[in-house]
Design a protein around this ligand. Structure first.
Ligand code: NAP
Length: 233
């Protein structure tokens, strides 16, 4: 059973579809109900088992309700993909608006902490689990005008290592993946002048997420991967 945040479109939807094709029961969340419902219909039409719930995961109460819904639907969480994210303004720090900073850090970092914390309660009891966090190139090397987004993604890389060490004894592994430039709404907003057809689709970068959720990667935890060009050894 896999919970994928931000599973309504882009990379999250492709991961949900790939997991469903592998036979996993999937649960997707995002804020916009209509887009979520449509994604769930597509996954079902492809033969997948899927449920969905609309939640703003930057809010602790909403995350508690979300995880309660997942447990009510499936009774467990084996795989958590912390995929939801938001870009925020492309402004230099000197002009970066304070409310936007708080919103972007909450959605990209605090939300990962909140969902991980709730899911760990379930995974620790069953002594089994996989967590995959979506990182970014600017979460490893900072770049001008990436502001709160980059700072939050550095945080996601750090949080991945912290949690990986803490949960070793419970047979839970935690890794981070930088998808690299991928043909999605977020990428188009970040690079409006770029030709989208030059980028890989979310479906093309999905294989690493299947690998990291599978038994084949059971020895791997606390590591950072790049989805772009990834091949199974
Ligand atoms: N695309 C790229 O080139 C690229 C590169 C590096 C890293 N990434 C990372 O990869 C992940 C997926 O990116 P993407 O390009 O697929 O983005 P996207 O197309 O913008 O999709 C983002 C998803 O997250 C959801 N979301 C955003 N804020 C949320 C919140 N507060 N609560 C719940 N759901 C929320 C969105 O749905 P709602 O708007 O309905 O909430 C949507 O389902 C992100 O973490 C991103 O930072 C992407």
């Amino acid at each position: 059973m896999a919970l994928i945040t931000g599973g309504s479109r882009g990379i999250g939807k492709a991961i949900a579809m790939a997991y469903a094709r592998e036979g996993a029961k999937v649960f997707i969340c995002a804020r916009k109900r209509g887009v979520l419902r449509k994604a769930a219909e597509e996954i079902r039409a492809a033969g997948g088992e899927v449920r969905w719930y609309a939640a703003d995961i930057s809010k602790a109460n909403a995350v508690r309700r979300l995880v309660r819904q997942v447990c009510r639907a499936y009774g467990t969480i084996h795989i958590l993909v912390n995929n939801a994210g938001t870009l925020g303004p492309r402004e230099p720090i000197i002009h970066y608006p304070v409310p936007a900073w708080e919103k972007v850090v909450k959605a990209n970092l605090t939300a990962v902490f909140l969902v991980t914390r709730e899911a760990l309660g379930v995974m620790a009891r069953q002594k089994e689990g996989v967590i995959i966090n979506l990182s970014s190139g600017v979460g490893r090397i900072g770049k001008a005008r990436w502001g709160a987004y980059a700072a939050a993604k550095f945080g996601v890389e750090g949080l991945t290592q912290v949690v990986a060490e803490e949960v070793k004894e419970w047979n839970i592994r935690v890794n981070a993946v930088n998808p690299g430039g991928t043909r999605t709404e977020m990428r188009a907003a970040a690079y409006p002048d770029e030709e989208p057809m030059t980028l890989p689709t979310p479906e093309e970068i999905a294989p690493i997420f299947v690998y990291l959720a599978s038994d084949e990667s059971r020895e791997i935890s606390g590591k950072s991967f790049d989805a772009r060009g990834w091949r199974k050894i």
